[in-house]
Design a protein around this ligand. Structure first.
Ligand code: FES
Length: 104
């Protein structure tokens, strides 16, 4: 009986950990450093986060905010990984098209 409980809890833990830990296909890093924040970086971050949630894209695309990426004059900056694609002066429309492009 004790072994059964041990096995069940082990399989349960394995299942739970598979559901909790995943690696998305792509990550959009949104700069929310002070300059980018003033230029709409934080707004873009929130917009992208809610779009991912609404469209249930969590396993495909992850949105992460970063500190300054040293391209302040061209902010807001959104970087797409693993493509290593840097996007400057990103607008709301551009951010949503980046999400659409990378969620496929
Ligand atoms: S604050 Fe975004 S690049 Fe510096």
């Amino acid at each position: 009986m004790q072994n059964l409980e041990k096995t069940l809890s082990h399989s349960y833990l394995r299942r739970v950990s598979k559901e909790s830990y995943y690696t998305p296909d792509c990550i959009l890093y949104v700069c929310c450093g002070s300059k980018c924040k003033k230029r709409g970086g934080k707004h873009l971050y929130k917009q992208l986060k809610s779009a991912v949630k609404e469209q249930r894209l969590r396993r495909k695309v992850q949105i992460i905010k970063t500190g300054c990426t040293d391209h302040c004059k061209r902010g807001p900056v959104v970087t797409v990984m693993p493509k290593n694609e840097w996007n400057f002066d990103v607008t709301d429309e551009k951010a949503m098209s980046l999400l659409e492009e990378n969620a496929r």
